[in-house]
Design a protein around this ligand. Structure first.
Ligand code: ADP
Length: 270
């Protein structure tokens, strides 16, 4: 059986920019390999500058690797599979405040990813938008709202709706919960878990939060200065006291609790 996503010897080096004579070659990711299965959540951790966002962007097709391969459902992804990747791997960016277009209604913004499916009629597009809004706990009437009429949590819900509207297999979220109040953050985590249960989504979550990792990740990947130093199941990594750096990264602040609403989250937290 093939893996949902297999990353093989993937590396990224940023070349110096011609326009910037002072810029240097920068190795953002040294060749690394890992895989995830359908419905799993992978947490990507590491200090600032360790290569997390670069890895997330390459998986989502927003950036390209310098070396290596990505395989989805046993099929190697080439550039010509752009459309397939856009359907199957969607990304939620760091800053929901700025990743929405202030001049467009939410309905217009949610319509954007649907352009990949040219067979849809206007009515079918609207139905999909209504379903996506309801799935993230918003009203269909919110479709006529502009982003400035929403709270931060609602904006994040719209970003999630935009990511799931094509019913992808993988959602990559780069620090998607940063800047939200703890209670809103817990609501968004619950929403993501519910969507995972209903739609079978796999998440790749770039996060600094050991609590999030402990409660919702099946596997953990840790980067250190562009090198993958850990990739394993969460309980194995959490139980490993042999690596002081990993221990520090994962066990700091673990005593702080998040309030979860969904049964799955509660069970894990208990
Ligand atoms: P993280 O998400 O862990 O903070 P990044 O993936 O953003 O790390 O960055 C990893 C390394 O790649 C850093 O050294 C950063 O300076 C470098 N880098 C990221 N983007 C670019 C770019 N567009 N051009 C040159 N270097 C970059």
């Amino acid at each position: 059986m093939s893996h949902l996503l297999e990353v093989k010897n993937l590396g990224k080096t940023y070349r110096p920019r011609k326009a910037w004579p002072w810029s240097k070659k920068s190795v953002a990711i040294e060749p690394l390999s890992f895989h995830i299965e359908a419905g799993e959540t992978l947490a990507v951790m590491g200090e600032t500058g360790s290569g997390k966002s670069t890895l997330a962007k390459i998986i989502a097709g927003v950036d390209s690797p310098s070396s290596g391969e990505l395989w989805l459902n046993g099929q190697k992804l080439h550039n010509q599979h752009y459309q397939q990747r856009c359907h199957n791997i969607r990304m939620i960016f760091q800053d929901s405040e700025n990743s929405l277009n202030t001049h467009l209604t939410l309905r217009k913004q949610l319509e954007e990813p649907l352009k990949f499916n040219t067979d849809l009629t206007a009515q079918e597009r609207n139905e999909k938008i209504d379903i996506a809004l309801r799935r993230v706990g918003m009203l269909t009437e919110h479709g006529e709202f502009y982003p400035h009429m929403l709270s931060s949590g609602q904006k994040q819900r719209v970003c999630i709706a935009r990511a799931i509207i094509l019913e992808p297999q993988i959602v990559v979220a780069d620090e998607a919960l940063v800047g939200l109040d703890p209670s809103v953050r817990a609501q968004i985590i619950n929403l993501m878990l519910n969507l995972q249960q209903d739609m079978g989504i796999s998440y790749i979550l770039v996060t600094h939060s050991p609590q999030i990792v402990k409660h919702i990740a099946d596997k953990i990947l840790i980067l250190y200065r562009g090198k993958m130093i850990v990739f394993d199941k969460t309980d194995i990594v959490l139980g490993d006291d042999q690596q002081p750096y990993v221990h520090q990264l994962l066990h700091d602040h673990l005593n702080k609790q998040i309030k979860f609403k969904s049964d799955k989250a509660k069970k894990i937290a208990d």
